[in-house]
Design a protein around this ligand. Structure first.
Ligand code: ADP
Ligand code: MG
Ligand code: MG
Length: 207
C-alpha cells in the first residue's frame, strides 16, 4: 500500500459517511458526539496532510494525522486515536512500507499507546475491543502466507465480532461508564469507528 494519502482519504470518507450513525450510537449511552468528533478529526487530518510536501512515507503522514486529532478534537476518542497514530508513526522508519508485518507492528504500538493513555483494557467496552481482535489477525500465527488484502478481510470480520461483543458488556471507561449496566445491549461507538476504519482499508485495497 504505497498510496497512504489515498488510504487516508478513503478511511476519512467512510467515517464521515457514518457521522450520524456514530453520533446516534454515542447518544444512546453517552453524550452523542462521536460522529462529530471523528469527522472533525479526519477533516483536520486530511487538511494537514494536504499541506505536506512529501506524503510517500507512512511515518510522517501518521504523525500528522495524530497531531491533527490531538489538536482539533475534544473528548476522549480524539486524543486516544491521536495517540495511536503518533505511536504508530514512532515505530516507522525511512523504509517502512505498509504490509502485513509493518501493520502488525504499527497497530501493536498504537494499541499500547491507547491502553497507556486511557487506562482501559480489553472488555471495558471501548475501541480496544475492536482494535485488539483486529491486531490479532496481523500476528504471524494468524497471517502466515496471507496478503495484506486477505488479512484486512479477516480483520473486518474480527472487528465486527469485537463490536458485537461490546453489546454484551457494560462500559467501564469513558462517559458510557456513567450509565454502567444500562450500556449493555448497545454497541460501543469507538469500537464501531475502529471497525469502519479497517473495513474502509479493506474496501480501498479491493479497488
Ligand atoms: P467523549 O466520550 O469524550 O464524548 P467520543 O464520544 O468521541 O468522546 O468517544 C467515545 C469513545 O471513546 C467510546 O465509545 C470509547 O470507544 C472510546 N473511549 C472512551 N474512553 C476510553 C478509554 N479510556 N480508553 C479507550 N477508549 C476509550
Ligand atoms: Mg461522546
Ligand atoms: Mg464528548
Amino acid at each position: 500500500m504505497t498510496r497512504i494519502k489515498d488510504a487516508l482519504d478513503a478511511v476519512a470518507a467512510a467515517i464521515i459517511a457514518q457521522k450520524d450513525y456514530l453520533t446516534d450510537l454515542d447518544r444512546q449511552i453517552a453524550d452523542g458526539d462521536h460522529g462529530i468528533n471523528m469527522t472533525r478529526g479526519f477533516q483536520a487530518a486530511m487538511d494537514a496532510v494536504e499541506e505536506m510536501d512529501d506524503t510517500t512515507k507512512p511515518g510522517p503522514v501518521l504523525e500528522t494525522i495524530g497531531r491533527a486529532f490531538i489538536h482539533n478534537v475534544g473528548g476522549a476518542a480524539g486524543p486516544l486515536y491521536g495517540t495511536g497514530f503518533i505511536k504508530a508513526a514512532a515505530v516507522c522508519d525511512e523504509d517502512t512500507k505498509l504490509n502485513v508485518a509493518s501493520f502488525e507492528k504499527l497497530l501493536g504500538a498504537a494499541i499500547a499507546g491507547i491502553e497507556k493513555r486511557g487506562h482501559a483494557k480489553k472488555g471495558d467496552k471501548t475501541m480496544l475491543d475492536a482494535l485488539i481482535p483486529i491486531h490479532a489477525c496481523f500476528l504471524p500465527e494468524n497471517a502466515e502466507g496471507k496478503t495484506l488484502f486477505e488479512v484486512l478481510q479477516d480483520a473486518s470480520h474480527a472487528a465486527k465480532e469485537g463490536v458485537d461483543y461490546t453489546k454484551t458488556i457494560a462500559a467501564r471507561r469513558g462517559r458510557a461508564s456513567l450509565v454502567g449496566e444500562r450500556s449493555i445491549g448497545h454497541e460501543d461507538p469507538g469500537a464501531v469507528s475502529s471497525m469502519l476504519m479497517y473495513r474502509a482499508l479493506y474496501n480501498f485495497l479491493r479497488k
